[in-house]
Design a binder for this molecule. Structure first.
Ligand SMILES: Cc1cc2nc3c(=O)[nH]c(=O)nc-3n(C[C@H](O)[C@H](O)[C@H](O)COP(=O)(O)OP(=O)(O)OC[C@H]3O[C@@H](n4cnc5c(N)ncnc54)[C@H](O)[C@@H]3O)c2cc1C
Length: 376
């Protein structure tokens, strides 16, 4: 007997879908509600590092995931002109036969996770959210936005940066804040030299190239945007080119090919960190709902996926322990690790804003890789 037999997951993003997979694999009943009626994700890629590849193996999705991804080994840091500052070999944490890191399109990742969650028997309802949560010692009565009701032994809020579940638990104690920076992204045909993750440290922000498929890679750029200004979507290509002005070499060549504003994905960086246990009673937050950070270390989704795997391990344990004891153990395994990623990612961005070129970015990346390689 597991501690819970029926769980509601709110949010069908990366964290919610991985949690559904992890819990279904332990035989726990899972309902999942997703706000979007059309379950789309925006079409750029995501970097998934060694720890994520290991956790995808634990979720039992590695083969389908690797088929949809571009596998690579090294992470390199260059200056704005392409001169190598460091090349860090990947660690094959899922086993010697599997790659260290991958780049994957967000759409492909969504397809792998949503198909697996559905095949494992997750009951998924789109265009639906939670309206009210009423807890007692044995469970949570949930009222959904369509007026229907359900009772669950645990509710998992995996509803992202602007989490409604977080609001229902903590009121307006935690609201996202803009860090001062934004991210710009653009897809290209993959250059043969981009068979690794390539980060370019620029004078005002950093650029990078991540391979996604044999014929696809994406370019990302961080920039200082004080006050989070409104951007005219018609001028995004010109604005992105302007912010890449200091780069030469491959980034400089690619800059001139950024001509279609409709293909630029622009996103202000917003963060939130819940600094107390991420649960009250039988309602728990995971992923960005609890710890949304900046993409400087490429670990936001990694932490959401790890949350899901740890939750599955704990809830899948047979026998005796109550939900409160399991959630305490969840926090012991997750809080410090996520706090490190959250704080260090924000620090890396702050140092870009301050133009602190003495900051040891390479050292921080090495520290992050060492920490995330450790077992959770
Ligand atoms: C520019 C940028 C680049 C990034 N790059 C990387 C990277 O390379 N590597 C990496 O590991 N991480 C990266 N991240 C971070 C990563 O995208 C997030 O950490 C990750 O998506 C968090 O997953 P999540 O499931 O917690 O939240 P989300 O992915 O935000 O999913 C939340 C889901 O909940 C749904 N939802 C929202 N509200 C409700 C509601 N009220 N009811 C029901 N459903 C709801 C949403 O529609 C969505 O489907 C990046 C982030 C940004 C902003």
């Amino acid at each position: 007997m597991t501690a819970v037999s029926k769980v509601l997951i709110v949010g069908g993003g990366i964290g919610g879908l991985c949690a559904a997979i992890a819990l279904r694999r332990k035989g726990i009943e899972v309902d999942l509600v997703e706000l979007k009626a059309e379950w789309t994700v925006y079409g750029v890629g995501i970097i998934q590092q060694c720890n994520v590849v290991r956790e995808m193996a634990r979720l039992g999705v590695l083969d389908g995931y690797l088929k949809a991804a571009f596998a690579f080994e090294d992470v390199a840091l260059y200056n704005a002109h392409g001169h190598t500052l460091a090349r860090i070999p990947g660690q094959r944490l899922a086993g010697p036969q599997y790659p260290a890191n991958v780049g994957i399109s967000r759409l492909a990742l969504h397809q792998v996770l949503s198909t697996t969650a559905a095949e494992l028997g997750t009951r998924i309802r789109l265009g639906t959210s939670v309206e009210r949560l009423d807890q007692d010692e044995q469970g949570v009565d949930v009222t959904f936005t369509d007026g229907s009701q359900g009772r669950y032994e645990l509710v998992v809020g995996a509803d992202g940066l602007f989490s409604k579940v977080r609001g229902l638990l903590f009121g307006d104690t935690y609201t996202p804040r803009h860090t001062g920076q934004s991210v710009w992204r653009y897809n290209f045909k993959r250059d043969p030299s981009i068979d690794h993750l390539a980060n370019y440290l620029g004078p005002d922000g950093n650029a990078g190239l991540c391979p996604l498929a044999d014929d696809l890679m994406y370019l990302y750029l961080t920039s200082y945007e004080p006050g989070n200004p409104w951007m005219d979507t018609a001028t995004l290509a010109a604005e992105m080119r302007k912010r890449l002005g200091a780069f030469t070499g491959l980034i400089g060549e690619l800059r001139e090919q950024i001509i279609d504003s409709s293909q630029v994905v622009y996103k202000p960086m917003e963060v939130v960190f819940v600094s107390e246990p991420w649960y009250r009673g039988r309602v728990l937050l995971i992923g960005d709902a609890a710890h949304a950070t900046t993409p400087h270390l490429g670990q936001g989704a990694g932490m959401a996926i790890e949350d899901a795997v740890v939750l599955g391990e704990l809830l899948g344990e047979p026998g005796g322990q109550g939900v409160d004891a399991l959630l305490k153990r969840f926090m012991e395994r997750r809080y410090e690790r996520c706090k490190f990623i959250s704080d260090s990612s924000i620090l890396a961005g702050d140092k870009e804003i301050e133009h602190d070129h003495a900051f040891d970015r390479v050292g921080l990346v090495r520290q992050m890789l060492a920490l995330t390689a450790e077992e959770i």
